[in-house]
Design a protein around this ligand. Structure first.
Ligand code: FAS
Ligand code: PHB
Length: 392
């Protein structure tokens, strides 16, 4: 089999890239190791930047998001019982965010791929990348136990943090940067109305908590847990009790409890791999970088990566120009590092670190930073412009 672009990974990065290329008449094949049901069952991101919404509009995969998504003009920052609203729309001259789960984005992109006949091969096993430093790279994989080969011009590594693409770049070429946080997030999904009409990020002495949502009848909450927390130690009632304590009395009073339909614990890390290109291989999304979800940037960085990559590949095929391809890694990393900074900073502002509990100065610094934000429009503007997403 032959195609122009082999896309490894059928998550949001790979599927959105495929549709951006399809729009420009460029052929691609997505190789996804899991089944479609498995990929769509993963509960992950919940907030889309306006730029990501625009990309879904550009590929004509925005109809259901426009019907079912929730446009948010702001969010709340709660600390020591006080709740402060960050007026995203007012502070950024009109920008907002779209609350629409990654699960739904992935379903919509898969539906578009099926309707448009852009091939997504699910349960593709043992994917391996070959001859990446030549003009004739190829990919091998197994499907239903039968060995396959996919010849292509380019390979897009959209296969996430644990994928095969990043390790295909030689160790002596790749440089990684990482910070692992001393805690995780326990997430719970329940079919109950949210406790507020906007998200609440809470810095509480017992730990961070986040009240989010997927719709007006489905809520998503998180609490910071020790890095070695065991889900078996967290029955639903205990999670609801902890959320009520950490989100504060007003949120607790309007919180509806219910049985969890999904519950999971995720570790938090900041991670960047450079470069995001090696020969004919391009990394995009979690394959190249990870952010702590505090800033809601993971999915949105995947979107900006594939925007830059699609533009580079379109210029190559349409005009024979390699300028975009040569510039891709530096251009994508410039935005990645700014989102890494915001995610790291917002995590530091809202979570309880072991040293801030023992280090009184560290706790005072956290408190002073929050007081500064609450009292300064300029400080709030920097929070707001990063949260709605810096320009592409
Ligand atoms: P993805 O990991 O989504 O997709 C990669 C795909 O590649 C997967 O479907 C995988 O099966 C496939 N794959 C892997 N190896 C392969 C191989 N060898 N061959 C073929 N296919 C292969 N972001 C937020 O903004 N907010 C959040 O709340 C949030 N929560 C998260 C919770 C968890 C547990 C995780 C892991 C991430 C979370 N993220 C969150 C970040 C997340 O949303 C990612 O940023 C987003 O999924 C990035 O999309 P992709 O780059 O497509 O990677
Ligand atoms: C979510 O709804 O899953 C969500 C929202 C905002 C975040 C992280 C996760 O910062």
């Amino acid at each position: 089999m032959r195609t122009q672009v082999a896309i490894i990974g059928g998550g949001p990065a790979g599927l959105l890239l495929q549709q951006l290329l399809h729009l420009a008449g460029i052929e691609s094949v997505v190789l996804e190791q899991r089944s479609r049901d498995y990929v769509e069952a993963r509960i992950r991101a919940g907030v889309l930047e306006t730029s990501a919404v625009r990309l879904l509009e550009q590929v004509g995969v925005d109809a259901r998001m426009k019907r079912e998504g929730l446009i948010h003009d702001g969010f709340a920052l709660a600390v020591d019982g006080q709740v402060h609203r960050i007026d995203l729309k007012g502070l950024t001259g009109g920008s907002t965010v779209m609350v629409y789960g990654q699960t739904e984005v992935t379903k919509d992109l898969n539906d578009a791929a099926a309707a448009r006949g852009t091939p997504v091969i699910f349960e593709a096993q043992d994917v391996a990348l070959h001859d990446l430093k030549t003009d004739t790279p190829f990919v091998t994989y197994a499907k239903d136990g039968v060995a396959q080969r996919l010849d292509c011009d380019f390979v897009a590594g959209c296969d996430g943090y644990h994928g095969v693409s990043r390790p295909s770049i030689p160790a002596e070429v790749l440089r990684s940067f990482e910070r692992v946080y001393p805690f995780g997030w326990l997430g719970i999904l329940a079919d109950v109305p949210p406790c507020d009409h906007e998200l609440i990020y809470s810095n509480h002495e017992r730990g961070f908590a986040l009240a989010s949502m997927r719709s007006n009848v489905r809520s998503r909450y998180y609490i910071q847990t020790p890095v070695d927390a065991d889900l078996a130690d967290w029955p639903d009632d205990k999670i609801w009790d902890e959320l009520a304590l950490r989100l504060g009395p007003k949120a607790a009073a309007s919180m509806t409890r219910g049985e969890s339909i999904e519950k999971s614990i995720a570790p938090l890390r900041s991670f960047v791999a450079e470069p995001m290109r090696w020969g004919r291989l391009f990394l995009a999304g979690d394959a190249a970088h990870i952010v702590p979800p505090t800033g809601a940037k993971g999915l949105n960085l995947a979107a900006s990566d594939v925007h830059y990559l699609s533009e580079a590949l379109i210029a190559f095929y349409a005009k024979g120009s390699s300028d975009g391809i040569e510039a891709y890694s530096a251009k994508a990393l410039a935005r990645v590092w700014k989102a890494e900074r915001f995610s790291w900073w917002f995590t530091g502002l809202t979570h309880r670190f072991p040293d801030t509990d023992t280090d009184a100065f560290g706790r005072r610094m956290q408190r002073a930073e929050i007081d500064y934000i609450v009292s300064s429009r300029a400080a709030q503007m920097t929070v707001a412009e990063n949260y709605v997403g810096l320009p592409y």
